[in-house]
Ligand binder design. Structure first.
Ligand code: MG
Ligand code: MG
Length: 277
């Protein structure tokens, strides 16, 4: 992933412009969430996400990535990220990660959710996959909560790693990271999902980042398919992926891609998001 280098701190006015695309990105994933079930193809999920974004006056920003022609990435089972929507029909018990983004008036949102479909014949497998999914989503909220009080950005990855390590035998993918977001979907700085050397940039008003942990039930090595996009775990273990775009502003933090600014997800962690004035 190429990062476009620019000043990483946005102005208060620029932060306000990021609210709309964040909400539109959330709406596209709401549409996917309402549509996802066994019997649906991943290209159908792509269509409902695209309709939601265009109905809101936006444009799917993944289509602005050279060579990519879809609104979402849909990554099933051992696929980690960047799965291309297609004729694959989801089956009972499938785990599917859907990543979406909207551009509105030149500004971007980026968010991902993972879904585990019911399978009445295999409750143990479904429970195991839901546990992976829950650990991954909660690792994101722990990273966001850390951002609220961090002095430097790399505290986020430390918090994500500490949470996941305490949950059992899970792997944190290191080949892909979160990123800054603004006029481009992918900007500096990289946002690690694990502890790294160095503190990273200062966390202060104007910082806008996408945090996106990718967690597996096995190893952390990945392989890219011959399609040039789809990334899977090398060992075939399952992977889940959650992502939000978050703004740091004068009043606190605000999760741009959550309708409530992240209030529900952050409440158990003692953090209250503050709307951007
Ligand atoms: Mg994304
Ligand atoms: Mg992203």
């Amino acid at each position: 992933m190429a990062f476009r280098r620019s000043g990483i701190y946005k102005t208060a006015d620029e932060l306000r412009r990021l609210v709309g695309p964040g909400l539109l990105t959330a709406a596209s994933l709401d549409a996917v969430q309402a549509a996802v079930r066994s019997g649906v193809s991943t290209i159908e999920l792509d269509a409902v996400a695209e309709a939601a974004i265009r109905d809101g006056g936006g444009e799917p920003n993944f289509m602005l990535v050279p060579g990519y022609r879809h609104t979402v990435c849909a990554s099933v089972g051992d696929e980690v990220v960047h799965g291309i929507p297609g004729s694959r029909v989801l089956a009972p018990g499938d785990l599917v990660s859907v990543d979406s983004g909207a551009q509105l008036d030149g500004w971007n949102g980026d968010s991902a959710r993972t879904f585990v479909l019911d399978d009445v014949d295999r409750p143990d497998i479904v429970a195991e996959r839901r546990r992976l999914n829950e650990v991954t989503e909660q690792s994101l909220w722990h990273g966001i909560a850390a951002l609220a009080s961090a002095s430097h950005l790399n505290e986020v990855g430390g918090a994500i790693e500490d949470y996941i390590d305490a949950q059992g035998d899970y792997g944190i993918i290191e080949d892909y990271t979160g990123h800054g977001i603004g006029r481009s979907m992918h900007e500096d700085p990289p946002v690690f999902n694990y502890r790294v050397r160095g503190r990273g940039p200062a966390v202060r008003p104007g910082l806008v980042i996408a945090i996106e942990p990718m967690v597996t039930t096995g190893g952390i090595d990945t392989v890219t398919h011959d399609d040039g996009w789809t990334v899977s775990t090398r060992d075939g273990s399952l992977a889940a992926h959650w992502e939000h775009s978050i703004a740091v502003h004068e009043g606190g933090i605000w999760v741009l891609t959550a309708h409530d600014g992240g209030a529900a997800g952050l409440a158990p962690l003692g953090v209250t998001p503050v709307p951007i004035a």
